[in-house]
Design a protein around this ligand. Structure first.
Ligand SMILES: [Zn+2]
Ligand SMILES: [Zn+2]
Ligand SMILES: [Zn+2]
Ligand SMILES: [Zn+2]
Ligand SMILES: [Zn+2]
Ligand SMILES: [Zn+2]
Length: 483
């Protein structure tokens, strides 16, 4: 058989096995070039994990994004030469991909030389790659998040690299195969990319399978069903569409939950949007916004920069505990929780917070209530107002120095702490047996009612006119009552 004929046969055979998402070939060009996307078979229980920012991140997967086998045919393939190829993968290091390149070379040399080899190579990548690389049970991607020398493992320009002991087992220099390409730099955080890949792959599996609706008991293809995210219960789209519309018309946005008895899981906003009319969705959206703002008041964001997890807290306390990174912090100052000790926030900072809050518009207020807690802000404001008021409106007791507020009444004061009497105007301590003498004797310089508001001042005039300011009254309360 001519090489060109063998090449065409191989392409036809591959296209009959794999669909358009799995193989791209251009055989109108010379040489024929193509790419095969090989999804490695993942063991029944398999995790992706990585140490990232000092935290172990871990999630279970059933799918890994494909290893790409890019190839072109030399003129003398398969009679003399194997296809030229590169291996491209997001989650394998260059040293691992280099080992796979060697494995493919070896297959050609040992078994298949002179015959079409691509199908054999696909089999290796699909069923043997993880085993060959000794990846069992989990895939560790911590190397992606290492900094410094180790980070060059992925895309370093050098073809030779010294592997760290942790990876190579012993310090050795390994030749990096130029056909090994680690492609993890361009789509954002690799863990996020693989997590999203898993979600989409699972959705495809779901869409192709048949499911029984738990409401109407019809068997439907997954594309015509929805699955609630946290409980996994499945219903047909028709049943859920009418169920959602009814709930939203009733205005019960929080009642939009899985209809299964005792189940409380909620559909994602995307699922709802897909199933209801645009009008109903608009109504749902505004209802949701209202109820979210109300419930968000008890959410604080973890202050650790790498965490930022939304944490719900008990409004009765300043303690917030992040369930994600275990950081315990103070709701007000966001520092490590400090118990009953006052916040390290300076009084200027507090004052600034106070002014921003009291002068802010409604959305500023809502934002601040989310960040600091409404109850905490109000109690802080009360404290600041009280401090300011005391500063302006209190005087120290001349006997014990306690700050005494004068709210109303006359200038004869009694100290709630030491019970001594004194004059508010000149701070002279008064004779407890006859405290009014200070205001009424011949040499009195202080007026019992000086500084009172207008209504009281009228009465003061009346008292003065009648000269009825005897010292017989032991309690000014009795005195006032008699007026
Ligand atoms: Zn149904
Ligand atoms: Zn459910
Ligand atoms: Zn946290
Ligand atoms: Zn604090
Ligand atoms: Zn006192
Ligand atoms: Zn006085």
């Amino acid at each position: 058989m001519e090489d060109s004929e063998a090449q065409n046969d191989e392409i036809l055979a591959l296209k009959s096995i794999f669909d358009d998402t799995q193989i791209h070939v251009n055989n109108s060009s010379h040489p024929t070039v193509g790419c095969i996307y090989v999804k490695p078979e993942v063991p029944a229980t398999f995790d992706i994990q990585a140490n990232k920012d000092g935290q172990l991140h871990k999630f279970r997967v059933q799918h890994l994004s494909p290893i790409e086998l890019h190839f072109n045919y030399p003129v003398n393939y398969p009679s003399e030469k194997p296809p030229n190829f590169t291996l491209v993968c997001k989650w394998l290091r260059r040293d691992q991909l280099s080992k796979l390149c060697q494995k493919l070379d070896q297959k050609w040399e040992d078994d298949v030389k002179g015959q079409a080899v691509l199908f054999e190579w696909i089999q290796i990548l699909q069923y043997e790659a993880l085993e060959w690389l000794e990846i069992h049970g989990y895939l560790d991607l911590s190397w992606v998040y290492m900094t410094g020398q180790n980070s060059r493992l992925s895309c370093g320009p050098s073809d030779y690299q010294q592997l760290p002991t942790a990876i190579a087992g012993s310090r050795l220099v390994m030749k990096m195969d130029p056909r090994a390409v680690c492609d993890n730099q361009y789509e954002g955080d690799l863990l996020d990319v693989l997590c999203e890949y898993e979600r989409i792959a699972e959705q495809l599996v779901f869409d192709k399978a048949s499911h029984t609706c738990k409401v109407c008991f019809e068997h439907r293809l997954g594309v015509n069903c929805i699955q609630f995210p946290s409980c996994g219960h499945v219903y047909c789209k028709e049943c859920m569409s009418s169920y959602f519309e009814v709930k939203i018309t009733e205005g019960t946005v929080n009642g939009l939950i899985c209809p299964e008895d005792k189940c409380t899981s909620q559909p994602s906003p995307g699922q709802i949007k897909e199933l209801i009319s645009p009008d109903a969705f608009e109504r749902y959206d505004s209802l949701l916004l209202q109820s979210t703002i109300a419930s968000m008041i008890n959410i604080a964001y973890c202050p650790r920069p790498q965490c930022q997890y939304p944490v719900s807290y008990d409004p009765e306390s300043n303690l917030v505990s992040c369930p994600y990174c275990n950081f315990h912090f103070c709701l007000m100052c966001k520092a490590t929780y400090h118990g009953v000790a006052p916040c390290k926030m300076s009084s200027t900072e507090k004052m600034k917070l106070f002014e921003t809050y009291t002068n802010g518009d409604d959305s500023t207020k809502v934002d601040m209530e989310k960040r600091y807690g409404k109850k905490q802000l109000i109690s802080m404001i009360n404290d600041i107002q009280a401090e300011t008021w005391i500063g302006e409106n209190s005087k120290p007791c001349p006997h014990c120095n306690a700050p005494i507020e004068k709210k109303d009444g006359c200038n004869k004061m009694s100290c709630p702490r030491c019970s001594s009497y004194f004059c508010w105007l000149c701070l002279t301590q008064l004779d407890p047996k006859c405290p009014y003498l200070h205001f009424s004797n011949a040499s009195a310089r202080c007026n019992l009612f000086e500084g009172l508001v207008q209504d009281d001042a009228v009465e003061v005039d009346w008292i003065n006119i009648n000269g009825d300011t005897d010292d017989d009254f032991s309690e000014d309360e009795d005195f006032i009552n008699m007026l």
